[in-house]
Design a binder for this molecule. Structure first.
Ligand code: N01
Length: 554
């Protein structure tokens, strides 16, 4: 194994020397938000650590999802690192909902500002990790043939990093250009005057479609399950607003930590029944929240939106009416409207998406009724035999969320137990952080972690993982792993909360990735703790305060 390696950083064009030091104690997989935050935490705690990153640049999901139109759906004022006031004062966000280039620029800035690059090995996709029972260490291999070992292995691979495989027979026979939104090429692609197909109408498909429609000669959008489209608020941040945000650094993060989903937004402060069915008052609160834009609509209308069928359906109906108001052709509008409770699938922020269908060259193709059954050299064929000849296919098919980046590795824990066998029937973890049978292995956003604003969630879990690693080192333990009964209890809690929501009975039928239902053969069940960020933060902190009673320390 060489001591230093040259890697070409795609973002900066700079050749960065990365060092593989033999005294590395912790290996972190992924140089996105969570991996970078973890590296900072470990450095702070004096734990020698290294990041292994598959890409050749910083950013994780924000590096790969380079497609036109990609941007955050959480306000940039909280979609960032919370741990350093200096950083918050130095960086000025241009957009209220940052574009992908802006987020990537930010993460590069963070990496440089805190001198992180010297501890990142790019172009190093982890292919295998085996736990050595005798020595209590992990042996790790990368795609470039490096073998490393470490005491602690930390996954910073995010929720949505392993793309769903293209399932259509013949996709490799297509003679035109094709792209996946999740690994969009760095070079600019011209779609000018081309016939384009977009397959998939989740966040990625909805973001890319309006941009494509500006340039393409024709656009066919292949929709299987419609999504609720929330109003976007893509505005630039004025200098005055930026100054105000910076001055409110402590307030913003204090409020976000107290918010159910880690946003700087007030909760509704009312339930549906409190409005006594008063149509005027209901419309007033719906209008105000819709105008706020983004996830404001979810959190600022009724606090019982996830548990009260009537509250949820009232909001759904409001959004369906918006579709009819925005899309001129009522038949198309009807097909764009979902019939399931709001939040069964993650809602999507649409900037000009619905309006795209008013353009004469943009067509909606319903592949629920008539599924795609093959890709042919000239285009797409559906089960009924209809053929759509196109020059370009854009696959926006989503991800093997939460687990794909972990199960994609030949990962073996204690006594050679594979990750596939651990998650064959049910995808369980303890607090989304650790997994029974996989000692000294941690996940910054593992299955059954809290559903919340990602950077704040990652900051919370990086701190807790940091504490656990410090505890193991300081107390002379060799390994830590959760008790099976603790893991079972945590899964039971996650299931109980999920089953109490109005979404639960519908999630599988609409292929929600949040329950694993978008991947054939994947065990289904809630992959989130839906109890909110404040409750999650308190529960994980309790473990460290009590000295890890739900863990086996050896
Ligand atoms: O993926 P998705 P995504 N035939 O799974 C369709 C984050 N994100 O990449 O619903 C036909 O939501 C599938 O249809 P169906 C965010 O958390 C955030 O768009 O399974 N269609 C669906 O329409 C988001 O939720 C941002 O019936 C097929 C689409 O492909 C998550 O990533 C931006 C099919 C996949 O939608 C995932 O979003 C982008 C088939 N065989 C992503 N297979 C922002 O911050 C799949 N589909 C804004």
């Amino acid at each position: 194994m060489p001591d230093t390696m040259e890697t070409n950083d795609r973002n900066s064009g700079i050749h960065t020397a990365t060092n593989y030091k033999s005294d590395i104690e912790a290996l972190v997989i992924g140089a996105g938000f969570s991996g970078l935050r973890m590296l900072l935490e470990l450095r702070e705690r004096g734990v020698p650590a290294q990041i292994l990153e598959a890409g050749v640049g910083i950013g994780g999901a924000w590096y790969w999802n380079n497609y036109p139109g990609c941007r955050t759906d959480v306000e940039s004022s909280v979609y960032c690192m919370d741990f350093s006031e200096e950083l918050y004062q130095e960086w000025t966000w241009k957009e209220q909902y940052a574009t992908q280039p802006e987020v990537r620029e930010y993460l590069n800035y963070v990496a440089d500002r805190f001198d992180l690059r010297r501890s990142i090995s790019f172009n190093s996709k982890v292919t295998a990790a085996y736990f050595d029972n005798e020595q209590n260490i992990w042996h790790v291999r990368t795609s470039r043939g490096d073998s490393l070992s470490c005491r602690f292995l930390v996954f910073g691979t995010g929720f949505v990093s392993a793309a769903k495989k293209i399932p259509f027979p013949g996709f490799d026979t297509f003679q035109g250009e094709w792209y996946q939104t999740s690994s969009w090429p760095e070079e600019k692609q011209s779609l000018q005057g081309k016939r384009v197909a977009v397959i998939g109408t989740g966040s990625s498909g909805v973001q890319v479609t309006p941009l494509v429609s500006h340039a393409a000669k024709s656009v066919h959008v292949f929709q299987r399950t419609p999504n609720y489209i929330l109003r976007s608020r893509y505005e630039t941040i004025s200098q005055e607003r930026a100054t105000g945000l910076k001055a409110d650094y402590s307030g913003i993060w204090a409020r976000a930590r107290e918010n159910l989903m880690g946003f700087d937004q007030p909760s509704a402060g009312r339930t549906f029944s409190e409005l006594n069915g008063d149509a005027v008052s209901i419309k007033r609160v719906l209008d105000a929240a819709y105008e706020t834009g983004g996830f404001g609509f979810l959190l600022q209308v009724f606090d019982d939106v996830f548990t009260n069928k009537e509250a949820n359906e009232t909001m759904c109906e409001y959004l369906r009416e918006k579709t009819f108001a925005l899309v001129k052709d009522p038949e198309t509008a009807a097909r764009l409207n979902p019939d399931y409770p709001l939040f069964t699938k993650r809602p999507v922020i649409g900037h000009g998406y619905l309006e795209s269908f008013n353009k004469p060259h943009v067509h909606l193709v319903d592949v629920h009724a008539d599924p795609i059954n093959a890709i042919v050299p000239t285009g797409i064929r559906t089960a009924s035999g209809k053929q759509f000849d196109v020059d370009v296919i854009i696959y926006a098919l989503g991800f093997d969320a939460h687990t794909g980046a972990i199960t994609g590795i030949d990962l073996r824990g204690r006594e050679g137990r594979t990750i596939q066998s651990a998650w064959s029937k049910s995808i369980d973890t303890y607090q989304g952080l650790t997994l029974e049978g996989f000692p000294n292995m941690f996940m910054l956003s593992g299955p059954k972690t809290v559903l919340a604003n990602f950077p704040l969630l990652a900051s919370t879990t990086a701190i807790e993982i940091g504490k656990m690693i410090t505890f193991v080192r300081d107390h002379g333990h060799k390994a830590i792993e959760p008790l099976p009964e603790a893991q079972e209890r945590w899964s039971g809690l996650c299931d109980m909360i999920f089953n109490g929501t109005v979404m639960a009975p519908h999630s599988a039928r609409v292929n929600s990735w949040e329950v694993g239902a978008n991947i054939p053969g994947k065990p289904t069940g809630s992959l989130w703790f839906l109890g909110g960020l404040p409750a999650y933060t308190a529960q994980v902190a309790e473990e460290s305060i009590a000295g890890y009673p739900n863990y086996v320390l050896s």
